[in-house]
Write a protein that binds this ligand. Structure first.
Ligand SMILES: [Zn+2]
Length: 116
């Protein structure tokens, strides 16, 4: 499953971050996912819960923010939303769009709690 491999690499990142914060527990993990990644947030959360259950991140919550895809026209310079990988400019029609957003898959923050 696509989402499960994302969650696995996400948990690896969380793990390496948490190594610098001994004695803390992960409360909430926030990620930004570009719409071009075709990730279903609910599926991602389900996989996260399944992968973290019983482990060191048991009970942690995953918050997914979807970033809409956006391109900039190389011809006239406007930015426009990308739909279905369509990069042609809606104003001048040039197929010269470069992606500005929508391909993100990044950890934006980790909220920690004390274990005590
Ligand atoms: Zn244009």
């Amino acid at each position: 499953m696509h989402e499960m491999s994302i969650v696995e690499s996400l948990l690896e990142t969380v793990q390496s971050v948490m190594r610098d914060h001994p004695g803390k527990r992960v409360g909430e993990v926030r990620v930004r996912v570009g719409s071009l990644r075709l990730v279903v947030p609910e599926t991602l959360q389900f996989c996260f819960a399944a992968a973290s259950r019983g482990g060191e991140f048991d009970g942690a919550r995953l918050v997914v923010t979807t970033v809409p895809a956006l391109a900039r026209c190389g011809h006239c310079g406007i930015e426009f939303p990308v739909e279905e990988n369509w990069f042609a400019c809606p104003r001048c029609g040039a197929a010269d769009g470069s992606l500005r957003a929508g391909n993100e898959l990044e950890l934006s923050s980790i909220e920690t709690m004390c274990t005590a």
